[in-house]
Design a protein around this ligand. Structure first.
Ligand code: PGA
Length: 256
């Protein structure tokens, strides 16, 4: 693997401010070789600022789980990219399946958010993935194609600094059911093909993460799967031992 691997933890709506801060502090002390992995913590909004503060001066980064596409206005409950940036946040998860399926985010809305994040010079972690029904109906590639095409519409160029893609099959998120090595390899290969067709050479180093029930028992096999540049992790990113074990496994495999 040539691209420095990424391990991103999506905490969803978990951990209080004090729990989050002490968790991050412990993890950063346990990562032995910070040069070989990019670790991104994505806590809920409550603790973003304090976690940026704890990680100041380290190579570990902080991402938000969502952002509104407008810079300000009457949008109760929302937060803008500028606000995140002013807190020191560097990444924003966009289009997570829970945002798409529970909160009704459409591809068009996701596209506006992608533009807002890019214009704000933060990096989107752009999530895509098929549902179980899509897969059963052999529509996985079609779904991935449409999500990428619509989500990135109007984006002129992408590169490793400007975009991270996370392939997360919806049926594997939080279910304990991980996609097989072959399924992951095929999907990541297809995503790379689409990015190359749409954006050409500059897309070749865009990291493509896998997400969906990654844990300390399957991380090693998954990180060695062709086309996998790291993980977006939910449940296992909340547990100190599991998250550190995954980081160690990813680090061991990176020879860069
Ligand atoms: P999971 O969640 O690791 O708990 O399956 C992944 C995600 O939602 O990004």
């Amino acid at each position: 693997m040539k691209i420095k691997p990424i391990v991103a933890g999506n905490w969803k709506m978990h951990k209080s401010l004090s729990e989050g801060v002490s968790f991050v502090d412990k993890i950063q002390n346990r990562i032995l070789d910070k040069e070989k992995v990019k670790v991104i913590f994505c806590p809920p909004f409550n603790s973003l600022f304090s976690i940026v503060d704890v990680l100041d001066g380290t190579s570990l980064s902080v991402g938000a789980q969502n952002a509104h596409h407008e810079s300000q206005g009457a949008f109760t409950g929302e937060i803008s990219v500028e606000m995140l940036k002013s807190m020191g946040v560097q990444y924003v998860i966009i289009g997570h399946s829970e945002r798409r399926h529970i909160f009704g985010e459409t591809d068009g809305w996701i596209n506006q958010k992608i533009h807002a994040v890019l214009n704000g010079e933060l990096t989107p972690i752009f999530c895509i993935g098929e549902t179980l029904v899509d897969r059963q109906m052999s529509q996985t590639n079609e779904i991935l194609y449409h999500q990428i095409k619509l989500g990135l519409e109007g984006v002129e160029s992408i590169d490793a600094e400007r975009l991270i893609v996370a392939y997360e099959p919806v049926w594997a998120i939080g279910t304990g059911e991980t996609a097989s090595k072959d399924q992951v390899e095929e999907a990541h290969g297809y995503v790379k093909l689409i990015l190359d067709a749409e954006f050409g050479h500059s897309s070749s180093e865009v990291p493509i993460l896998y997400g969906g029930s990654v844990n300390e028992n399957n991380a090693s096999e998954l990180i060695q799967t062709a086309g996998v540049d790291g993980f977006l992790i939910g449940g296992a990113s909340l547990k100190e031992d599991s998250f550190c074990s995954i980081i160690d496994q990813v680090t061991n495999y990176y020879k860069g």
